[in-house]
Design a protein. Sequence first.
Length: 494
Amino acid sequence: MNLKMNLPALVVVFPFFSAMMMVAIGIFNRKVVPYIFQITATITAYFAFSLLIEVYTNGPIRYYFGNWIPPVGIEYYVDYLNILFVTIIASIFFVMSFYFPLSVRKEIPESKSYIFYSVTTLFASGLLGITITGDMFNIYVFTEISSITAYALIAIGGNRRSYRSSFNYLILGTIGASFIVLGIGYLYMATGTLNLLDMQERLQHVYNSKITISAAAIIIVGLSLKMALFPLHSWLPGAYAHSPSTISAFMSATSTKVMAYLLIRFVYTIFTPNFATKIIPITDIVMYISLIAIIAGSFLALGQKDLKYMFAYSSVGQIGYIVFGAMLINANGLIGSIYHFLSHAIVKGGLFLVAGIIFYNFTNTKIEITNGLFKKMPFTSIGFLIFALSMIGIPATSGFISKWYLVMGAIETGNWIGVTVILLSSLLTAIYFWRVVDRIFFKAPDDDVKFNEPISMILPTYILAGCSIYFGLFPHQLVNYAQKAVLLLMETIK
């Protein structure tokens, strides 16, 4: 088998079959499964980086399964945009895989641990599949794989709140998936194809069709539910707060962002901005909803007494940033959206890793227990500070770069409301993170007990913190790459 030629399939298929293997091996030997999990994450990241280099060097790849050419066969379409997202997901999976073992031993019953690793790998495979596939029905299939595994991972903690959160996500996630598959059905009725590129070409002749307009509206609602865009966010806080620490971190870094990627793909590749701005005002409607989400998420985070809940409500606002940039329909806004995808994946994943280390020692994540935490857990505290600064958008962090491009995009379109909202949200973010920073660094500890900061948990946290600083200090290479992705997406604008 030619490894290089089959990279688009391997990056999804390899973790999928590894998940099956973990169950088979775990029945007889649970102790070896964490190592298989880490090896799987490492090889998946290698495949993703190899594919990124290939696309960057030679341009987009069209991979046909079984050599059946679309629209008859299934295609994986790898361009500058989705391979960047694939690489981010695989990299987060790789880095966090070394954090998992100690946290899993603390929070997951030993009898379920091998199942937990398997389902987590299947979840990652589903996210990668959503991002890389060029087939509409495959998008739905992989969405269901990632969703069903997410429901299981939230509930696996085994307490009443995790069961309730999982069930809530199950109900709302199923409604969202139903909207998406119904919209896909309508698009198939209008075009007779499920291939993304083929559908884009055929849809241009039926833009004014009621079926096409209905499909667009239905799919946008379904994706908004899946990405927890305010006010359709009610499943997210419980899902993040009551799932195991590792899953809170991995889900917050990837799952809702993948749904935001799908929104970008639908608006720019399938419907194209010509439809989304001229036929029905999708971009205007969703853009103003995203601005409400940015403010609402910030205000909701202000009143939380638990770190995980604070981070979760903050994510509602951060999704708003990504969607806002994409809906501006200009290069700077879209670059800001893509950069914020990376920044938020790094920073929010890192914050939940910090919460996981705190839970490892305290068995809860209440904000009140962080008094004097710097004296007890200095490395964890400094990691939290770096991530908090990036969330606010302080210069020399990745959060500053993404917000800079979002503001530039808003100014370019004369959207001063957007500029005001971004600045106000950054101020609110500074307020709710400062109250925790104040406790950690300036309050006296309740006792003199020193706590454990395991290297296997601290190292992945600091890798993400280092990435936030690196992409804040040296953004040019990634910005240049994002510009290539944006140029390809903007080609559909006439």
